[in-house]
Design a protein around this ligand. Structure first.
Ligand code: ADP
Ligand code: MG
Length: 255
């Protein structure tokens, strides 16, 4: 198997004496979709923030593309962050800019494309996400689901190698969720993007993941293919899957 594009080893992180991450080991395979699941407040967002250096670990290491970024100075993190696209819980669009201006923004900042090329690229990406004729609208004129998709368009417009989606399905109806799922799958297929997805939507996680990792009690409780995680004998994992209502599982066998 090819070397992982992101490798997390023995990650520890406490806040005010409370340990949130207590030895997390996780690899992201290049071009794969890794989905991190786990109870609310278990540290999923804290974990992904370490991957892009927004938080620094107390112990452990993080390698991105073969480079140890654990203690990389902030000035050099900027270069690393270019490898990432990010979509956090709030899509944080600029309210005073049109949809097109929002999506084009990273291109203006980081490329020397012509206005025409930027417009074409942005419109193309919007179309891929099922958004047409919204480019002149402002975020406040869009539904929550559409804003999310505009956020996705902006997060992927620089064609990053890795995209981090933190709860991209939150607040979306089932159809929109499927759109987001499609988008993540399209990103892998067409753009060879590596995806790190934090989700509490178990059904879609199991459908799209090459690897599922369940975070609980500060550690990766179980990781593997969707099939392996669904069939895990680990009681914490079984209970979580059972409660989410996605497994054909019952709890009796877990006891
Ligand atoms: N910057 C921070 N300072 C202090 N505590 C934090 C910080 N970020 C997260 N936490 C705490 O860490 C725990 C895990 O948070 P988070 O990673 O956001 O959970 P989730 O799995 O729901 O994404 C929570 O108890 C949260 O309050
Ligand atoms: Mg979170």
């Amino acid at each position: 198997m090819a070397a992982p594009i992101v490798s997390i080893k023995g990650l520890y992180k406490s806040f005010g004496g409370v340990a949130v991450l207590r030895g997390v080991d996780l690899d992201l395979e290049d071009g794969g979709i890794t989905v991190v699941i786990g109870p609310s407040g278990c540290g999923k967002s804290v974990l992904v923030k370490h991957v892009i250096g927004l938080l620094r670990p107390d112990e452990g290491s993080i390698e991105v593309d073969g480079q140890d970024i654990t203690h990389l100075p902030e000035s050099q993190m900027t270069v690393i962050r270019r490898k990432f696209g990010m979509l956090f819980q709030q899509s944080a669009l600029f309210d005073s800019m049109s949809v097109l201006e929002n999506v084009i923004f990273p291109l203006v900042e980081h490329t020397s494309l012509t206005q025409r090329q930027m417009r074409d690229k942005a419109l193309g990406r919007l179309l891929q996400l099922g958004l047409s004729n919204v480019e002149e609208k402002f975020p406040s004129e869009l539904s929550g689901g559409m804003r999310k998709r505009v956020g996705l368009a902006r997060a992927t417009i620089l064609d990053p190698r890795i995209v981090i989606y933190d709860e991209p399905m939150t607040g979306l109806d089932p159809i929109m969720c499927e759109n987001v799922e499609d988008m993540i799958l399209t990103a892998r297929r067409e753009l060879k993007i590596t995806s790190l997805v934090v989700s509490h939507d178990m059904a879609s996680s199991f459908r799209m993941a090459d690897k599922v990792a369940m975070l609980s009690n500060g550690r990766v409780e179980v990781q593997g293919t969707a099939q392996q995680v669904r069939n895990s004998r680990n009681e914490v994992v079984r209970r979580f899957i059972y409660l989410s209502g996605t497994g054909p599982l019952t709890l009796e066998a877990a006891g």
